[in-house]
Design a protein around this ligand. Structure first.
Ligand SMILES: [Zn+2]
Length: 618
């Protein structure tokens, strides 16, 4: 925010005179816990950037003034992954930049590949592409945490509990051009789909063609929507400030002012009070469509804009000694602000601003906050090992009343922005899970369907939808879980017992004693009767029992080469079923007519018949 530092003096005065910032009545207990946890880290001070990056104090344009190129940053992200395969995963955001550049980021966590329900801290750098120091600080914090976790068990313990997501260059097209906006001249920090459209702090170009129209903005929104981001830091230059929601004075204060303000003050305190400009963004200067407002009102995450490498006239990008008014001296300003170590040779205003005021300490203060369960919500419980648990939430956020680009000016009503939050974890082998989530209870936003309603306005008592899925993705059970900040739910899901058994498909046919007609008497007209029993078991929906004769001279009993003149009666369909049956004894009856003049040969007239039990509906 290039003009923030110029306005700082005036803004401070205005805040003292005219802006009623509500006092925080008592310290917020989770902020207090985070402050204690930060102090307990006992970080060893640095004198160089954590990456070990060393540049000459007088480095010039040929070396990019000491700042990394976009390609160098991407290469270093890849190197961090390959050097730390279980700790770092390189990811590519879903949308390429307007000019087709990949937007890369890394996730840092112990056993980083595990989907284990950890809360996340998301740190974004350089959404304003000309704020190179912010990108450098973002990347260097990744190095810092990775390196320090290997020597400081308390920092390692943070990574056991929290997933750190680091995107050094949110706006790569702006970074390579050294421009604030993306290549469509959109100020990405005016483009978010919440409260958008008033043109406060923006215009028809810089706000973008629609709410969250820009792919670089969509990337960050999807990361927030698909992780449980309990804290978001979007790093800017160059001021020396922490700004929290809201963005517009008339929109009022957010319901969670105690945390937003309390943790921002704690971050400033962690720098040994190097950062004195801590306020809601609206009382610095008013804007619309910024990252922090959308993030907070969508998820209730602690959301803050750190403005680094300010507070020193010499280090201001607007200074004539800096590259085109853009890049502060890398060693004295950008490294000095990050580490709190400034060489004796640096100008007095630089030493006063940064010496002993390490910005990294503020980052760590925010990071340890993400480990404090009371700052978010936890769903504990039991479920079958290996199943996936998914939490989702759907609601509308709203733009502001939209100012149209017409003459005379016209306005459109607020536009609803369907917002879907969804994240997953896999149930561990012991069947006990702990899913760290943002509260389902959501702050009532000041921008609504009916227009702006100044806050704070309390909370919507909304729930997460918690689903349990088998490893192949079948949803077995769904529950509504309402959790407010600090709540811990305890439940079991997908663990209901079942009494039952399975029925294998069965078609069984057992024949009783052979049917016999007894003795045929030659010279007498008579009809003989014989029967046998077929015992049927069928689990099918239908079944047919039939008898057929496939031997020589079919349908007639034979005695060697001789056959009876009349056909054997009783062949064909014996019985049909339309339901299962078990151990049903079916009598199969045969009849044989013999005439008075029929010659009969001594011996046995017989046939081997085929009994068939069949189904069309097994
Ligand atoms: Zn900025």
């Amino acid at each position: 925010m290039s003009f923030k530092s110029k306005m700082m003096g005036a803004a401070v005065a205005a805040a003292l005179v005219g802006c009623a910032v509500p006092a925080v009545a008592s310290a917020e207990p989770n902020v207090d816990a985070a402050v204690a946890a930060f102090k307990d880290l006992n970080l060893t001070p640095l004198t160089t950037m954590p990456s070990g990056r060393v540049v000459s104090p007088t480095v010039g344009s040929a070396e990019n003034f000491g700042y990394r190129t976009y390609d160098q940053i991407n290469q270093e992200l890849a190197n961090l992954e390959s050097a730390n395969p279980t700790l770092v995963t390189l990811k590519i955001a879903p949308h390429k930049s307007v000019e087709g550049r990949d937007v890369k980021y890394i996730e840092i966590a112990t056993n980083v590949a595990a989907q284990d329900g950890r809360p996340a801290l998301f740190m974004m750098g350089a959404i304003h592409g000309d704020e190179w120091a912010a990108g450098e600080h973002t990347l260097e914090f990744a190095y810092d945490v990775i390196n320090t976790s290997k020597v400081n068990p308390k920092v390692k313990a943070i990574l056991d509990k929290v997933r750190l997501i680091v995107m050094p260059v949110t706006n790569p097209d702006g970074w390579v051009r050294n421009t604030r906006a993306n290549v469509r001249s959109v100020d990405l920090n005016r483009n978010y789909a919440f409260g958008w459209g008033s043109n406060i702090g923006a215009n028809f170009t810089s706000r973008g063609s629609g709410p969250s129209s820009e792919p670089e903005v969509q990337n960050t929104m999807e990361i927030v929507q698909n992780n449980q981001v309990v804290a978001l830091l979007t790093n800017h230059n160059n001021s020396h400030a922490f700004f929290y929601p809201g963005l517009q004075i008339a929109a009022g204060y957010p319901a969670d002012l105690d945390v937003l303000r309390g943790l921002s003050l704690a971050m400033a305190d962690a720098t040994n009070n190097g950062y004195t400009n801590v306020r809601d963004s609206a009382h610095d200067y008013e804007t619309s469509g910024e990252t922090i407002d959308w993030s907070y009102y969508a998820t209730r995450a602690y959301s803050v804009t750190p403005e680094t490498v300010g507070g020193s006239t010499t280090c201001n990008r607007a200074s004539a000694t800096n590259k085109a008014g853009k890049a502060p001296n890398y060693v004295n300003c950008t490294t000095g602000d990050y580490t709190g170590y400034v060489p004796e040779t640096a100008a007095a205003d630089i030493r006063a601003a940064y010496g002993g005021h390490a910005m990294r300490d503020a980052f760590y203060q925010a990071l340890v906050y993400a480990t404090i369960d009371g700052g978010h919500s936890v769903i504990n419980g039991t479920a079958p090992a290996g199943y996936t648990l998914k939490v989702t939430k759907d609601f509308d956020l709203y733009t502001n009343t939209i100012r149209n680009n017409t003459n005379p000016v016209t306005f459109s009503p607020p536009q609803a922005i369907p917002t879907h939050l969804e994240s997953s974890m896999v149930v561990p082998a012991d069947g006990k899970f702990s899913f760290h989530v943002n509260p389902s209870v959501r702050p009532v936003p000041p921008y609504r369907a009916e227009g702006m309603v100044p806050g704070p306005n309390g909370y919507y008592q909304e729930s997460w939808t918690l689903s349990c899925l088998t490893p192949d993705g079948t949803v077995v059970e769904t529950k509504q879980v309402l959790v407010d900040k600090g709540d811990t739910a305890n439940l079991s899901i997908c663990t209901q017992g079942e009494v039952g058994g399975t029925v294998p498909a069965t078609l069984s046919l057992t024949l009783g004693a052979p049917a016999t007609f007894g003795a045929f008497t030659p010279g007498v007209t008579q009809e003989y009767t014989a029967s046998t029993t077929a015992t049927v078991v069928s689990t099918a929906g239908d079944a047919t029992l039939s008898v057929s004769d496939t031997g020589a001279n079919p349908g007639h009993l034979v005695n060697g080469a001789f056959a009876l003149a009349s056909p054997l009666e009783g062949l064909g369909v014996v019985k049909t079923w339309t339901a299962p049956t078990s151990n049903e004894a079916v009598t199969v009856t045969f009849k044989q007519a013999i005439g008075a003049n029929e010659p009969l040969r001594t011996g046995s007239y017989a046939k081997t018949l085929t009994f068939t039990l069949s189904t069309t509906n097994p």
